[in-house]
Design a binder for this molecule. Structure first.
Ligand SMILES: Nc1ncnc2c1ncn2[C@@H]1O[C@H](COP(=O)(O)OP(=O)(O)OP(=O)(O)O)[C@@H](O)[C@H]1O
Ligand SMILES: [Mg+2]
Length: 342
């Protein structure tokens, strides 16, 4: 195991910034810490980096206890939200910096810097200083600097947060590409769920200083464990079980403290529920056309908003405000979600 975290915890005063958390990260994995602001992502990352000390628990890197090792002994690279390049050094010298710190011979430094600048598609800027680059270019240089000495783990805390949407998407591809070429273990922090879905081998969803769910992206999307996970990742309809009916028109039975979740793209607006489907009777309130799709919004009997996502290449539904409708979906698309994580 590349990185093993055992019951790691951090308190500030009497506030739990990170509740006891355990986590295994295999060699070469791209793991994303995803969660709302204040959920403990940076707290966890800085302890892995050795920039802050846990109150309890342990960190193992390559099987060796690293809990109290200083940051410079951990062989970990870091990239932050604001690139923090050295303003007076050239781009080449910025990238060379970690190698100089490690007293790598000059010839090898030059060769590695050149390769790295090619990898981030910026071989022509070696002699410029950071302020002569755009924000996205500076962030790419920061990536190169973090990876040039081939640390065994790279931590990235919202590295694309300062970039506009198009540039973010380009950089996502760039980071994935670097990950694939170098095989580095990456722990990546974001609060953007689409970014997490697009980039990660696994997502560690955090909430209130703890791990809500740790799964592969498709698994967490298709099988969220809790209401929070269902609502944080993708669009979701969460309904009480008594308003979801099965094929014999009886309410679906669920365990104590759980509800039913179905994704809007699985919900059909029908005149008769299909055999074996789950269905619910609702009132139409609104539609929103986004170009390729239309989202139809309804109110359920218990006053929840539920929606159906329909491709605009399908026939439009002629619904009037207040109209009673039947929503229907394959029963295996109903997911039982816990209201809270125990
Ligand atoms: N030095 C500190 N002193 C006191 N409280 C802190 C300190 N650092 C963090 N916290 C608190 O710990 C909690 C977790 O903070 P953390 O920075 O880990 O959140 P985050 O998930 O990274 O959020 P964001 O997405 O906003 O960066 C927050 O409530 C924060 O206010
Ligand atoms: Mg943070």
């Amino acid at each position: 195991m590349k990185l093993k975290i055992e019951n790691l915890a951090k308190r500030y005063g009497n506030f739990d910034a990170l509740r006891p958390t355990s986590l295994d990260v295999p060699e070469g994995e791209f793991l994303t810490l995803l969660g709302p602001s204040g959920s403990g992502k940076t707290t966890l990352l800085t302890m892995i980096a050795g920039l802050s000390l846990p109150d309890s628990g342990d960190i193992y890197i390559d099987g060796k206890r690293a809990t109290k090792e200083p940051a410079f002994n951990r062989d970990i690279g870091m990239v932050f939200q604001n690139y923090a390049l050295f303003p007076h050094l050239s781009i080449a010298e910025n990238v060379a910096f970690p190698l100089r710190m490690r007293r790598i011979p000059e010839g090898e430094i030059r060769q590695r810097v050149t390769t790295m600048l090619e990898m981030i598609s910026l071989p022509h800027v070696a002699d410029r200083v950071p302020r002569e680059l755009s924000g996205g270019q500076q962030q790419r240089v920061a990536l190169a600097r973090a990876m040039v000495y081939r640390p065994s783990i790279v931590l990235m805390d919202e590295p694309l947060g300062a970039l506009d949407k198009n540039l973010r998407e380009q950089m996502q591809i760039e980071i994935k590409h670097l990950h694939k070429r170098l095989g580095t273990t990456i722990i990546y922090v974001t609060h953007d769920q689409e970014e997490a879905m697009a980039m990660s081998d696994r997502i560690c969803l955090m909430n209130g200083g703890g791990v809500e769910q740790l799964s592969e992206p498709q698994e967490i999307y298709n099988r969220p464990a809790t209401v929070f996970a269902a609502q944080f990742i993708g669009q979701s309809n969460v309904m009480s079980a008594n308003e979801v009916l099965d094929h014999s028109c009886s309410p679906v039975t669920v365990g104590h403290g759980t509800r039913i979740m179905v994704r809007p793209e699985h919900v059909r607006i029908v005149s008769e529920p299909r055999a074996l489907d789950h269905h619910s009777t609702v009132t139409f309130i609104e539609r929103i056309n986004t170009g390729p799709t239309t989202r139809y919004f309804f109110r359920s009997n218990s006053n929840q908003i539920v929606s159906a996502l329909v491709l605009n290449s399908d026939l439009p539904h002629e619904l009037v405000d207040g109209q009673t409708c039947t929503l229907s979906w394959p029963s295996d698309r109903s997911v039982e979600v816990r209201e809270i994580n125990p």
